[in-house]
Design a protein around this ligand. Structure first.
Ligand code: SAM
Length: 275
């Protein structure tokens, strides 16, 4: 009798793995599977539709199985793949840094209108997302980036080197170590209220130091705002319901003109203060 063979096509693998991720409670199971399978096969996700009848070999199946198992524990896809797209660049990410979010791209958009040659600091740079994406689109800017966390800075510096982007990285609290005055500060600092229940992807995998900021979530932003004397412009990413309180903090610190920018989900996401 011939030996039984087990053949699974791309289409079958997507269907079965999607079922597993659905049972594990993932929000976007099919998209996640497609991203993982595209990575295994080394193709664009769109290609999976055309190749849906292609049979996976044993090695491809084993690798997909491994990645799907990791995702079933709710490990974020970006950490599994080790990369995340942000504006025009691809960043290497791992659990030492927050996974850059699409809404943070608003901070980069604010920076696009800065005067030529402006000296700009990205405070709490994490993977380097804001500083690197802005430098990529505005090479004339004099970009600095700080983070208290040495491990995060190692990831950011690695990204800068790989992307060939010239950003001055400094390990320090807020603006410490940035010599001389700056024209603008951009910051996506921690703003989650202590004790809030987060999705498993965040609570089990992302660095707590990138998330939590005291009982009202404003402890870190409040400290930064108190250190901005002489800075003409600041743009701060905020959490839901924090924009009014942060606007008041900025007004109290001498920022006369306040603007609140909304993200694609229509949430108040970035507060810009100008003197
Ligand atoms: C929410 S994460 C944002 C990372 C990155 N800006 C992004 O948008 O993907 C906040 C970052 O701020 C850093 N951080 C926290 N407190 C800080 C402080 N006092 N000074 C500088 N960086 C700080 C954390 O280490 C973390 O990397």
């Amino acid at each position: 009798m011939p030996e039984a063979t087990f053949a699974l096509t791309v289409g079958d693998a997507v269907t079965r793995s999607t079922q597993l991720l659905t049972e594990a409670g993932c929000d976007t199971p099919r998209l996640d599977v497609e991203l993982l399978l595209a990575d295994v096969l080394g193709v664009d996700r769109a290609r999976l539709v055309l190749d849906r009848d292609q049979v996976l070999d044993a090695d491809e199946l084993a690798r997909l199985g491994g990645l799907v198992c990791r995702r079933c524990t709710r490990e974020p896809v970006a950490y599994i793949l080790g990369r995340k797209a942000f504006r025009r660049i691809k960043l290497t990410v791992d659990p030492r840094v927050l996974i850059p979010r699409p809404e943070t791209e608003l901070l980069v958009e604010v920076g696009l209108s800065f005067e030529a040659g402006a000296r700009v600091v990205d405070v709490g740079t994490g993977s380097g997302a804001v500083a690197l994406a802005l430098k990529d689109e505005r090479p004339d800017l004099n970009m600095w980036a700080t983070d208290v966390d040495a491990d995060a800075l190692e990831v950011a510096r690695g990204n800068a080197e790989r992307l060939g982007l010239d950003v001055q990285f400094v390990q320090g609290d807020m603006l410490d170590g940035v010599g001389g005055p700056c024209d603008a500060v951009l910051a996506n600092l921690p703003y989650v209220e202590e004790g809030v229940a987060l999705e498993a992807e965040i609570s089990s995998y992302e660095p707590p130091g990138a998330l939590f900021a005291g009982p009202d979530g404003l402890a870190v932003i409040r400290r930064l705002v108190g250190m901005l004397s002489g800075v003409p412009l600041v743009a701060l990413e905020v959490g839901e319901g924090q924009a009014t309180a942060v606007s008041e903090l900025l007004r109290g610190s001498g920022f006369l003109e306040i603007e609140i920018l909304r993200d694609l989900a229509d949430h108040e996401r970035v507060v810009v203060g100008r003197r």
